[in-house]
Design a protein around this ligand. Structure first.
Ligand code: C5P
Length: 410
């Protein structure tokens, strides 16, 4: 990971594009294409004004997502309320941001889906204004602009040149490459300011395979999805992640150094080798036992006589890292997969393993191998039940907690 390439900064980002009513709205279609090329998931709200210049069909075809238009649409609200739409993206971009939209944003007016979403969001908002140069220069618009800037709204300034109204001046919507540059700069700087930037974090993931003979092994249903999602989320915030993974069908997330292992003993060795680290997160579903003295040849059936497997307990990676004499990382996190009594067992495990946090998950459903997870964060001081959500969202939430931890310890 030392010297690894900075992953494409926009890949996997979620952007909500609010298309205002301006002749330059056509540029949004190209913007969506360029963002999609860079791996951004684009959702769009098309305002009534925007609809006059681009069609919902072209926006949804290019974004490959549904276009949201009405505030009180029964189907939209059932599928995705405006609150969720306003919260589940990494950035909201208003382009074109008309004088009218800016005025409504500055005064907190919420009279349609776009303005309501902008008022309800807890995510960063960027605007790309466009209008006639007189309107742009008007004291009312400039005052609205100052209010918005003071509140933290990011601004892609309008360019000089020929305006659609025939006049010449400031008010042209920024060109698509310039908008992309601003969006990239935003994500770069937010990543750079993360306390995880440059931190070395080891994540174990997936199952382990414990050989019985050259063709058979003991394993479990772990897919590795949760551990890989955590590695990806940490890396996206600038951490140098070493992912020590048992056999899975997944490929390493961008920018993450993957060390492939088979058995628990290999995983133990590689995890120890990754020290010193700022944090170790043991997500792997490590097999409890390995088979001692595996034969070189396949074990044959012997007229009903059963082979004897001499099982030996595997090293406990989480416990040994948590109790490491010389290189105990500042933060060690374990998982506790349980089918009953989840929180109580997790609390016992926290003490027994000596780690700092346990993420307890109820695996009685299809958590192992599935895409969703139900997690409780248990620490010595508190327990917090997180909403049932995707493994990706669990990873993001855990990453936010780890960021808080490092922020506080700086
Ligand atoms: O003991 P149990 O398997 O329930 O503990 C679960 C936690 O301990 C997980 O974080 C898992 O990754 C870790 N673990 C480990 N090495 C083992 C067994 C479990 O790191 N041998």
């Amino acid at each position: 990971m030392k010297g690894r390439l900075l992953a494409d900064i926009l890949k996997g980002k979620k952007l909500l594009l609010i298309i205002g009513g301006g002749i330059a709205a056509y540029k949004c279609l190209d913007l969506i294409r360029r963002l999609k090329e860079r791996g951004v998931n684009v959702q769009a709200i098309l305002t009534k004004g925007g609809e006059q210049f681009v069609t919902p069909l072209s926006v949804s075809s290019l974004s490959e997502n549904k276009v949201y238009q009405e505030l009180f649409s029964l189907t939209d609200e059932a599928e995705m309320g405006h609150i969720r739409l306003s919260r589940e993206n990494d950035l909201i971009l208003v382009a074109p941001a008309t004088a009218d939209l800016m005025a409504k944003m500055a005064s907190g007016i919420a009279d349609n889906l776009a303005t309501t979403t902008l008022l309800a969001t807890d995510k960063p908002v960027m605007i790309a204004p466009t209008m006639n140069s007189q309107m742009w220069g008007h004291a009312a618009t400039q005052s609205n602009l100052s209010v918005l800037k003071e509140r933290g709204t990011l601004v892609i300034p309008p360019a000089d040149g020929d305006l659609a109204c025939g006049e010449v001046g400031t008010g042209r919507l920024a060109e698509v490459p310039d908008m992309i540059k601003e969006i990239e700069a935003f994500f770069l700087s937010s990543r750079a300011s993360s306390p995880l930037m440059g931190k070395n974090i080891t994540v174990t993931a997936g199952p382990t395979h414990e050989a019985i003979d050259p063709v058979r092994y003991i394993a479990n249903h772990s897919s590795g999805k949760q551990g890989y999602a955590i590695a990806a989320a940490l890396s996206a915030r600038g951490a140098n992640v070493t992912l020590i993974s048992g056999p899975t069908a997944l490929s390493a997330p961008d920018g993450v150094e993957k060390v492939a292992v088979i058995s628990a003993r290999d995983m133990m060795d590689e995890t120890a080798k990754s020290l010193p680290a700022d944090a170790v997160i043991c997500v792997a579903a490590v097999a409890d036992w390995y088979v001692d003295g595996t034969p070189d040849q396949k074990i044959k059936k012997q007229n009903g006589a059963l082979p004897e497997l001499n099982l030996i307990e595997n090293p406990d990676i989480l416990k040994s890292i948590s109790n490491h004499e010389s290189q105990r990382p500042p933060l060690v996190i374990g998982f506790a997969a349980e089918t009953e009594n989840v929180i109580n067992y997790a609390k016992t495990k926290l003490a027994k393993k000596g780690c700092d946090w346990i993420l307890a998950n109820d695996i009685s459903g299809d958590v192992m191998g599935g895409d969703d997870n139900q997690v409780h964060l248990i620490t010595a001081e508190a327990e917090d039940t997180w909403p049932h959500s995707s493994k990706i969202d669990v990873a993001k939430k855990l990453t936010e907690h780890i960021e808080e931890y490092f922020k506080d310890s700086e």
